[in-house]
Design a protein around this ligand. Structure first.
Ligand SMILES: [Fe+2]
Length: 132
């Protein structure tokens, strides 16, 4: 489980809200995996996460370019790579011969990525937000 904490806050409300929704849904997926929910349910949750991540990335990229964030270009590249990884993962997951551990592995990789990405890239937004 990822516990949301102020260390993840960028100071941009729309970005922080999106990140919280992603974390909540990753935690929901973890619970479903622990409860051994059916493949259809799990795959639906992964598909939702992928879709929401894409929508969030578009919003966040717009925000970084508006605020002239120095990591805006690096952020876009990281997002493209993540979506490619997601597409590959979903192919594995939806294959009829998918091993039972595939979803668990995808979930833990997504958790590690989001934590690392928020801390190393997205938090650069802090320096761009004017104090109010
Ligand atoms: Fe990002």
């Amino acid at each position: 489980m990822i516990t949301w904490s102020p260390e993840f806050e960028t100071g941009v409300p729309e970005v922080d809200h999106d990140h919280q929704v992603l974390v909540e849904n990753l935690n929901r997926l973890e619970t479903a995996l622990q409860q051994r929910a059916g493949a259809e349910h799990i795959n639906g949750m992964v598909a939702f996460l992928e879709r929401y991540a894409q929508q969030h990335f578009t919003r966040e990229e717009g925000c970084m370019s508006r605020l002239h964030c120095p990591v805006a270009a690096a952020n876009k590249i990281a997002h493209i790579k993540f979506m490619q990884t997601c597409a590959e993962a979903r192919k594995k997951l939806e294959s009829p011969t998918a091993a039972s551990g595939v979803a668990i592995k995808i979930h833990s990789e997504m958790c590690a990525w989001i934590r690392d990405h928020i801390l190393k890239i997205d938090l650069n937004l802090r320096q761009c937000v004017k104090p109010h």
